[in-house]
Design a protein around this ligand. Structure first.
Ligand code: PRX
Length: 655
C-alpha cells in the first residue's frame, strides 16, 4: 500500500498570542459568564465588538434592527464587506503558506490534497472568473451538486467572491429533488462532477443532473469537474469542463462589495409541510457568528488541524468546514469517504495520520462504529485530539460514553452542539474546556443566544428542572432572514406559533444547573441519521406510486440512525405480492427524494386512524411503531376505532 506522509503546518507562527489577545476568546467558565452577561445586557455592543475583528469595506450605521412579527432582522445595516476577503485575503500576509484545506480522499491509497491559503485564494479567484465568464453575476443563484472534493469548497467560496448566491444540494438527493431545488431558486448555473466515490461504490452524478435539467429551464450552463474518469454526456452549448475553463482563467478577482444584508446562500431543509424550504443566510451576521462560535466551541488554537466529518451539502459543512474555520485562518479538513470503509477504523486512522486536534461528527456515525469491535479504535493513539464534538441529533448516553471514553480518552471535552440550518451556527453547546460537561446535555447557550422554554400557551417557564418548547427570544447575527421566495412561509413556520419568539420545533429540558438537554422535534419532522425529513414530504413521495391510495409516515427509535421511517400505506386491491409492492414503494421514494429517505418499515393497512374531521392521529401511529400499544391514549374521537386494532395486529414493531 502506498504511504503518504503528512507534514503539519510548516508555517508555525507566534501569531496566536497576539491574535488571541485581540480577539474575544473564551477559555474559562469565568470568561463565558462574562461574555454571556455582556451579550444579554448589551447585545448590540457585544456583537459590535466581535464584528470589529473583521475587515469591512464600509462600516455599519446600525448594529441591529429587528422585529419578530414580520419578521425583519437586519444586522450591521449599511456596512459593506466580502466574506471571502475575511476568509482568504486577510490571512495572506501572515498565513499565506499555512495550510487552509486538507482533503482526504475516499480511497486511502489515493494521494491527499493540501492547499495553502495562497493556493486556495488563487483557486477561488480563478474559479470566480470562470463563473463570471459563464454569465454569473452578483445576485444570481448557482446550484452546486458535488461530491466532497476540494473543488466543492472552491466553488462555494468562488460564488461568495462574486456575490452569487450558492445553493448547495447534497449529492445524495435524487434528480427530482434536485430539480425542485434548482427551480425554486431559479438557478442559472449548476456545478457538478462526472461521478463520485463512496466507500467501495462509484455513483453517477452528472447523470442525475442531466435528468434533473430536463425539467429546469432556468439553467443555462453546467460546469463539470472530472472525479471518477467517466465520460458523461456533455450537452453542446450548455456543459463545459471545470479543468478546461480554469486553465484559462485569470488569477486576479477582486471581491465583490456586498451589503451586510445581501444574500450569501440558500440551503434547503425540510419542515412539517411537503415542500422543502430555502433557508436564506446573509453576509455580515453569518460571518460574525460562525467565526466567533467556531473559535470558541472548538477551543481553536493557531496551529491546530480541525476536522468536521459532515458533508458540505448540509449546514454543518457550510458553517464548520468552510466558513467558520477559514474566517479564523484555521486548517480545515474535508473527507470524501465513509466511516466504515475500507474498515471501521478509518476515522481514527485519519486522525492519527494528520494529527487532528478537533474532531466533529454525528451521533449516528458513532453508533455505527460502536457496533464494530473496539480494536478498530484502540489500535490508534488519538493523542492529538483535544476537543471532540457531536451534532445533528440527540446523542444517547451509550454513544456519549463510548465517544468520550474511547475516542476522547476521558481527557477531551465532548461538545454536544445543538443548532439548526435556520440558526446558521451553534446555539447551545459546551465551549471547549470552559464550560462543564454533562452526558447527553448540550449545556449552556452561546453568548448572544437567549433560549426560553415555553408552555403550550406560549408562557415562559421560569423554573429549572422542567421541559418545554424551545424558543429564542432575541435575534443573533446568523439567524435565517427569510425562506427564499416565500417570506410568509418563514413567518408562519418560525414566528407564529409563539408570538415574539423564534420557535425551533424542538422540545428541551432545563435542569437545576440551567443546562439544556434537547429532547427532539415536537413537529412532524423526522431526524434520520441527522438528516431532516418532513413526514408530509415522504408521504408525498410514497403517494407518487400509482398503486398507493394513501399513506402516513412517522418516526420510530432506531438503534443506529436515531430515528427510522415507518410508513403505513393503503394500496389499491389487486392481490400484488407484498414484498414486491414494498420494493416498488421504496424505489418511488428513492426516485422522488433519494436513498437517504428510504422507509425502514412499510406496513400495509386498510385504513388510517382518522378523526371525524379527517385528520390522521399520528400519535397513535407513532405508539404502534414504537411497540407501545398498551398506552394508546384516548381513541374515542376516531371515526373508526376498529382501524387501530387492525393496525396493531399487522404491526412490524420494534422489540
Ligand atoms: O432536532 C434538532 C436536531 O437537528 C435539528 C436541525 O437539523 P438541521 O437543520 O438539519 O441541522 C443539523 C445540524 C446543525 C434540530 O432542530 N439537532 C441538531 N443538533 C442537535 C440536535 N438535537 C439534539 N442535539 C443536538 N446536538
Amino acid at each position: 500500500m502506498a504511504k503518504f506522509t503528512f507534514v503539519k503546518n510548516n508555517q508555525t507562527t507566534n501569531l496566536h498570542t497576539l491574535k488571541e489577545q485581540q480577539m474575544k476568546t473564551i477559555r474559562t467558565f469565568e470568561d463565558y459568564r462574562e461574555a454571556y452577561d455582556h451579550s444579554t445586557r448589551d447585545p448590540e455592543g457585544f456583537w459590535e465588538e466581535i464584528a470589529q475583528e473583521y475587515q469591512w469595506q464600509q462600516p455599519w450605521d446600525k448594529v441591529l434592527d429587528w422585529n419578530f412579527d414580520e419578521p425583519s432582522i437586519k444586522w450591521y445595516s449599511g456596512a459593506k464587506l466580502n466574506i471571502t476577503e475575511n476568509m482568504l485575503d486577510r490571512h495572506l500576509k501572515e498565513r499565506g503558506n499555512k495550510l487552509a484545506l486538507i482533503w482526504e480522499p475516499n480511497d486511502p491509497k489515493e494521494k491527499f490534497v493540501r492547499l495553502t491559503y495562497k493556493e486556495l485564494h488563487e483557486q477561488v479567484c480563478r474559479f470566480a472568473n470562470v463563473l463570471k465568464k459563464n454569465g454569473v453575476s452578483k445576485g444570481d443563484r448557482v446550484c452546486i451538486y458535488m461530491p466532497m472534493i476540494p473543488e466543492l469548497a472552491v466553488a462555494v467560496i468562488a460564488c461568495a467572491r462574486i456575490g452569487a448566491v450558492h445553493s448547495v444540494v447534497f449529492a445524495g438527493f435524487s434528480a427530482h429533488a434536485l430539480a425542485d431545488r434548482i427551480n425554486d431558486a431559479q438557478c442559472k448555473l449548476v456545478i457538478t462532477s462526472d461521478g463520485l466515490f463512496r466507500g467501495a461504490k462509484e455513483i453517477p452524478v452528472k447523470r442525475v443532473v442531466d435528468e434533473a435539467l430536463e425539467s429546469c429551464e432556468c439553467v443555462e450552463r453546467v460546469i463539470v469537474k472530472e472525479r471518477v474518469g467517466w465520460l458523461p454526456n456533455m450537452v453542446e452549448d450548455r456543459d463545459v469542463w471545470w479543468d478546461d475553463e480554469i486553465k484559462e482563467a485569470d488569477r486576479d478577482c477582486p471581491p465583490e462589495p456586498m451589503d451586510a444584508e445581501d444574500m450569501l446562500f440558500i440551503l434547503y431543509t425540510s419542515g412539517s409541510t411537503g415542500k422543502p424550504k430555502g433557508v436564506v443566510h446573509t453576509c455580515g451576521g453569518y460571518m460574525v457568528y460562525t467565526g466567533y462560535t467556531f473559535r470558541n466551541v472548538f477551543d481553536y488554537r493557531e496551529s491546530d488541524i480541525y476536522w468536521c466529518t459532515a458533508d458540505i451539502g448540509w449546514i454543518t459543512g457550510h458553517s464548520y468546514i468552510v466558513y467558520g474555520p477559514l474566517l479564523n485562518g484555521a486548517t480545515t479538513m474535508m473527507f470524501e469517504g465513509v466511516p466504515t470503509w475500507p474498515d471501521p477504523g478509518r476515522f481514527w486512522q485519519v486522525v492519527d495520520k494528520y494529527g487532528v486536534n478537533q474532531f466533529y461528527t454525528a451521533p449516528t456515525a458513532i453508533r455505527s462504529l460502536m457496533a464494530h469491535k473496539i480494536d478498530h479504535v484502540l489500535s490508534y493513539s488519538l493523542d492529538s485530539l483535544r476537543v471532540i464534538g457531536s451534532v445533528g441529533e440527540p446523542i444517547n448516553a451509550e454513544a456519549w460514553n463510548w465517544y468520550h471514553i474511547h475516542v476522547g480518552k476521558e481527557r477531551c471535552p465532548l461538545v454536544d452542539t445543538w443548532w439548526q440550518t435556520e440558526t446558521g451556527g451553534v446555539m447551545i453547546s459546551g465551549i471547549g474546556n470552559a464550560t462543564p460537561l454533562k452526558p447527553t446535555f448540550a449545556g449552556y447557550p452561546m453568548p448572544g443566544v437567549q433560549p426560553v422554554l415555553l408552555d403550550g400557551d406560549g408562557n415562559e417557564i421560569q423554573e429549572d428542572d422542567v421541559e418545554g418548547y424551545l424558543a429564542i427570544k432575541h435575534p443573533w447575527p446568523s439567524m435565517l432572514r427569510t425562506t427564499y421566495g416565500d417570506h410568509e412561509r418563514c413567518q408562519k413556520t418560525y414566528f407564529s406559533a409563539f408570538k415574539g419568539y423564534y420557535f425551533t420545533g424542538d422540545g428541551a429540558r432545563r435542569d437545576k444547573d440551567g443546562m439544556y438537554r434537547i429532547i427532539g422535534r415536537v413537529d412532524d419532522v423526522i431526524n434520520v441519521s441527522g438528516h431532516r425529513f418532513g413526514t408530509a414530504e415522504i408521504e408525498n413521495a410514497i403517494n407518487q406510486n400509482e398503486k398507493v391510495v394513501e399513506s402516513a409516515v412517522v418516526g420510530y427509535p432506531h438503534p443506529i440512525k436515531g430515528q427510522g421511517i415507518y410508513a403505513y400505506v393503503i394500496c389499491q386491491d389487486g392481490g400484488a405480492d407484498e414484498e414486491i409492492l414494498k420494493a416498488e414503494i421504496t424505489e418511488t421514494v428513492v426516485e422522488e427524494i433519494g436513498k437517504i429517505a428510504r422507509p425502514e418499515k412499510i406496513q400495509f393497512v386498510r385504513g388510517l386512524p382518522k378523526t371525524r374531521s379527517g385528520k390522521i392521529m399520528r400519535r397513535i401511529l407513532r405508539k404502534v411503531a414504537e411497540g407501545e400499544i398498551s398506552n394508546l391514549g384516548d381513541t374515542s374521537t376516531l371515526l373508526d376505532p376498529k382501524v387501530v386494532e387492525e393496525i396493531i395486529s399487522g404491526a412490524d414493531h420494534v422489540e
